[in-house]
Design a protein around this ligand. Sequence first.
Ligand code: TXA
Ligand code: MG
Length: 334
Amino acid sequence: MILDANKKENIFKAADVIRRGGLVAFPTETVYGLGADAFNEQAVLKIFKAKGRPLEDPLILHICDITQLDRIAEEVPEKARILIKKFWPGPLTIIFNKSKNISDKITASLKTVAVRMPSNNVALNLIKESNTVIAAPSANKFQGISPTNASDVEEELGAKVDIILDGGMSEYGLESTIVDCRGDEVLVLRLGAISNEQIEQELQEKVSLKVVSIDSKAAPGMYELHYAPKKELIFLDERQLVNFLKQNSITEAVILCFSKQEEEFLRKNGFKEVVVLSQEGSYKEAANKYFSTLRDLDKSNFKSIICYKLPDNGLGRTINDRMKKASHHGSGKV
Ligand code: TXA
Ligand code: MG
């Protein structure tokens, strides 16, 4: 059932569902989340079931107030304090040593827990009215494309969710960045809506991208195929594109690219079906449109979708990561 998140009574209804152990899909500034009461293990298990998600893939906890962190985290490292001050509420998830209160189901038995404070008002009000902490992955089926509006959630999960709160289009359109700053080195475990450059500027040091896969228990959940459409997706940089054109026909393919500049280059190389994420070359616009554009292309008549690599900095790097993980041919490890 989709309910208008602008009506206060619908937030109350949704909070009631959370308190009773049900599932609510809700907007955040990144993508839509599938939420349950983090302190109700049965409710948390419903999340995994609804998504078809394996239990070894841990969940992110969502808080609305910094005082809630005491109940979740054992300690807050100094660098985490700096990042919290700058980026919360907002699309940054931080790894903490977990407190005993947190169920192993949430953390996939890890000793750490991932936490963020979203900036979306509907999300904040829902957490507040539920009077708890909300565990929420993105509201898509396991390995599928993340939803950035209420009807995408409906398409993904339908009746498996008790309530879908409709709060319009997600602002960023990419998931939060996940950072671990417990040790000497600052590790980015997942590229996201906050760029590495923004974190580096705040901490005045370089961050390292930690390659994680399901095999490494350090951070499970980083499956090789992720964020993927049903159609074949091919991810190419400029060099790979040249080789690809020598060996393949592109008559049944559509190519997705960043800006006008790439479009011109691709048309010169023979592409007729070109979809541009941001004419002006704005990363913010491209990020905002990426998942929903991919979802539309997945419903189109094209046989395959080619994604052309964006410039590898800022949010371009995050979009490249999503494209690569969604590609059936990519190494998957970014
Ligand atoms: O923007 C977002 O983060 C969205 C919205 C809904 O908040 N949520 C989201 O959740 O993207 P999800 O479940 O799709 O991705 C969370 C990822 C997991 O795949 C897992 O790898 C990582 O977070 N994660 C969770 N707990 C972790 C932990 N303790 N250590 C390392 N990685 C963790
Ligand atoms: Mg997800």
